[in-house]
Design a protein around this ligand. Structure first.
Ligand code: SF4
Ligand code: SF4
Length: 140
């Protein structure tokens, strides 16, 4: 896979740029609404993608070599789906051909994320990230 192909897997949802809390007892990850200070919530893009390593040392660079550790990523993320042998969903831009399908499917954090500077207590911001596939499975 080329670097460009790898990058194109990212649907631009912004979910991995939300702050997370980890349960010390069972290692379970909880996502919050609070977004990394570098995330442009409107576009769900990093404001300084090239320099993010220096600016945000906690920002994790995803590479294919780490695929076995991708279970911290949201269940909708293409990198996690591929690592788990799952297909890309219908709303993924590489399938739909429409970059807005991520927003239309409710996957983008655009409508619910908030800047971390506006958050005083992360535990009050925990959310369940919508996953259309899981909702579908629960309906059947
Ligand atoms: S969660 Fe996955 S698909 Fe969404 S922005 Fe992060 S890397 Fe890209
Ligand atoms: S530095 Fe950029 S890519 Fe990394 S978490 Fe923040 S917004 Fe996302």
């Amino acid at each position: 896979m080329t670097h460009q192909e790898w990058e194109s897997l990212c649907d631009g949802c912004g979910r991995c740029c939300l702050h997370k809390l980890e349960d010390e007892d069972d290692g379970r990850m909880y996502y919050t609404r609070a977004a990394c200070a570098l995330l442009d919530i409107k576009t769900c893009r990093c404001n300084d993608y090239q320099n993010r390593e220096q600016l945000m040392p906690d920002c994790i660079q995803l590479s294919i070599e780490q695929a076995e550790y991708f279970n911290w990523l949201p269940s909708t993320c293409a990198y996690r789906l591929l690592a788990e042998g799952e297909p890309l969903p219908d709303w993924h831009p590489l399938i739909s051909g429409d970059p807005d399908s991520v927003v239309k499917a409710g996957i983008s954090v655009r409508d619910f994320a908030k800047p971390d500077k506006d958050v005083t207590d992360l535990t009050e911001e925990v959310i369940a990230l919508p996953d259309p596939k899981k909702a579908e499975q629960n309906d059947t």
